[in-house]
Design a protein around this ligand. Structure first.
Ligand SMILES: [Zn+2]
Ligand SMILES: [Zn+2]
Length: 241
């Protein structure tokens, strides 16, 4: 352990890390420099109290789509907005299984109100199909669940919600195609025992919400008391379509 204390500054000196966004050198295990860290944008009130859509003005209220159609989740919140440099870090995590971004993502969580999820009995990551899990090497949603809830690892389960179809990526699909693409893609394990429980569902990005709605829907059908969704980032304007 003692060695680490002396080794770290030496390694920083010999191999300084570079900011993933601007290329400036950074000390320590962060992968963004201070100035790029300040570029990160966070969703702030006024928001839709249900889906978390950010409004331009006024107070927190229900957005039009949430008023017209009840959502299968009780609330959806995100730590940051999906703009540079957050998109770069999530891309590295998802497609390159690069865990060096985690301490920086964790630093972005400092001001987030996790008490919104303290009532949850279980924390379930959106699953990957076993074949995709094998090719990627890790499920980014599971890794993020541990970043969000470092003291709650006993509540994090990846054996409750399963992916039964290896669907093509949602990127580039419209709302209707996204829903069709995900139909019957998920399953709640018979042994999950989620009846009457409050669930926190974790995903990396909230784009149109199709994936988390699909998962929340089948969790509710399986008897969950409620589902609260937490994602690392949210595409601006998400939820209002
Ligand atoms: Zn930078
Ligand atoms: Zn809404």
């Amino acid at each position: 352990m003692q060695e680490g204390i002396f080794l770290r500054p030496l390694l920083d000196l010999l191999f300084p890390s570079v900011c993933a966004f601007c290329g400036a050198s950074v000390l320590g295990d962060r992968c963004l420099c201070d100035s790029c860290m300040e570029k990160v944008r966070y969703p702030q009130s006024p928001l839709c109290i249900r889906c978390g859509t950010v409004f331009r003005s006024g107070e927190d209220h229900l957005c039009g789509p949430c008023l017209r159609q009840p959502q299968p989740f009780a609330m959806a919140r995100s730590v940051a907005l999906y703009f540079p440099p957050v998109d770069i870090l999530l891309h590295r995590l998802k497609f390159r299984a690069d865990k060096t971004v985690l301490s920086t993502l964790s630093a972005m969580c400092i001001s987030f109100d996790f008490s919104l999820f303290s009532c949850c009995d279980l924390i379930l990551p959106v699953p990957l199909h076993p074949r995709r899990l094998q090719s990627r090497g890790m499920n980014q949603s599971l890794v993020l669940a541990h970043v969000f809830f470092p003291a709650e690892s006993g509540k994090i389960r990846s054996d409750c919600l399963l992916r039964t179809r290896n669907t093509p990526p949602q990127t580039g699909l419209g709302g209707r195609e996204r829903r069709k693409n995900l139909r019957d893609a998920f399953l709640v394990a018979r042994t999950a025992g989620i009846r009457g429980l409050s669930i926190c569902l974790v995903d990396d990005i909230f784009t149109t919400g199709t994936t988390v709605k699909e998962c929340a829907g089948i969790l509710m059908q399986a008897g969950a008391a409620e589902v609260r969704v937490l994602t690392m980032a949210r595409v601006a304007g998400a939820g209002s379509r």
